[in-house]
Write a protein that binds this ligand. Structure first.
Ligand code: SF4
Length: 337
């Protein structure tokens, strides 16, 4: 099974129109599971209308109020996420489990470093505390003969997350949802998530992932797929090989790369595009790519499928690259029928 990519809306769930619109935007960039916050009864009431309009499973995110979990399941949520740190006594979880069984829904036991149950806060090793809390709820679910479970042990510390997930993966075979929680802005969140999730995924750990960013959730999906693509686990779209530029460079690599990346944002074909500044590594990388350009003095040599095909001026690089890329995409689609 491919690693599935998840995100979470940041609209008020009771604003049904805005929530649906955001989920549609997420679906358009490849989101495969979406979570919505359910902090009040208006949010649970919105679930049927949202569910009807979207094409991916809907997860209700519940904190503090076990009764909203019951209502969300009744309203048609495909899965609920509960947090052992704040959902209350285990017998309340029992009621959620029975409702999930009745509805054929899954439960994610989502432990979070920011909201550990008080009894686990005394544990010196934060990773052990995360795992202990998760395992306690897992055992309770198993005793209730409920097994449609996903587990997560997220921390805002990359190291603690890695340690906790590694420990958890040794304890159980249930699917694991990976994430580095509250990982920050587009830049820092991307770095932390790439390091944390990258290490775990490379270890073979993880079934679903979410990149948490203080940014438009559309970026969460794009970053998540880039992580999976970098590890060779999923294909998302064209890979752009580009050099960092240096004093040898005589063409404007950076704006060309930015423009090509922007124009290929919606392309899902696994092409390799090289955009290189000079003859040092340029011809080698451009030849290896499906389409490539190797910079020279105010011009570049355009390569297609390993062969130099023509020289292009600096100012026409984007246009020439795009026209060759579009031709290639058209030919591949034709060949695929
Ligand atoms: S390919 Fe050329 S311009 Fe680009 S970083 Fe390497 S040496 Fe510098």
């Amino acid at each position: 099974m491919p690693i599935a990519v998840q995100s979470m809306t940041n609209k008020k769930t009771e604003d049904i129109g805005a929530t649906i619109e955001q989920i549609k935007q997420l679906e358009a960039v490849g989101c495969e599971l979406v979570r919505v916050a359910v902090p009040n009864s208006k949010a649970t009431e919105a679930i049927p209308a949202i569910r009807k309009e979207i094409n991916i499973p809907l997860i209700a995110d519940i904190h503090f109020h076990w009764e909203y979990a019951i209502d969300a399941l009744e309203a048609g949520a495909d899965k609920i996420r509960i947090n052992p740190g704040n959902i209350g006594k285990l017998d309340l979880v029992g009621a959620i489990i029975e409702k999930a069984k009745e509805k054929g829904a899954a439960i994610r036991i989502g432990v979070n470093s920011g909201s550990l149950h008080p009894k686990h806060k005394k544990e010196k090793d934060a990773s052990i505390a995360l795992v202990k809390s998760c395992m306690e709820y897992l055992r309770f679910c198993e005793e209730a003969n409920f097994h449609d479970i996903v587990l997560s042990v997220k921390s805002s510390s990359v190291v603690n997350s890695i340690n906790a997930y590694r420990m958890l993966s040794k304890e159980t075979d249930y699917p694991l949802h990976l994430g580095i929680t509250e990982s920050g802005s587009l830049m820092s969140g991307t770095v932390k998530s790439s390091v944390g999730l990258g290490v775990l995924l490379a270890d073979g750990i993880g079934d679903t992932i979410r990149v948490s960013l203080s940014a438009d959730p559309v970026h969460e999906i794009q970053v998540a797929f880039q992580i999976l693509q970098a590890l060779g686990l999923r294909s998302y779209g064209p890979e752009i090989i580009s050099c960092p530029t240096c004093g040898r460079c005589d063409i404007d690599v950076i704006p060309v790369v930015e423009e090509i990346e922007k124009r290929l944002m919606s392309v899902r074909m696994p092409l390799k595009i090289a955009i290189m500044g000079c003859v040092v590594n340029g011809p080698g990388e451009a030849r290896e790519a499906d389409i490539g350009i190797a910079g020279g003095k105010k011009e570049g040599i355009l390569f297609k499928e390993g062969k130099a095909i023509r020289r292009v001026s600096s100012k026409n690089m984007v246009k020439e690259l795009m026209s060759e890329i579009e031709l290639l995409i058209r030919d591949i689609k034709k060949a695929e029928g």
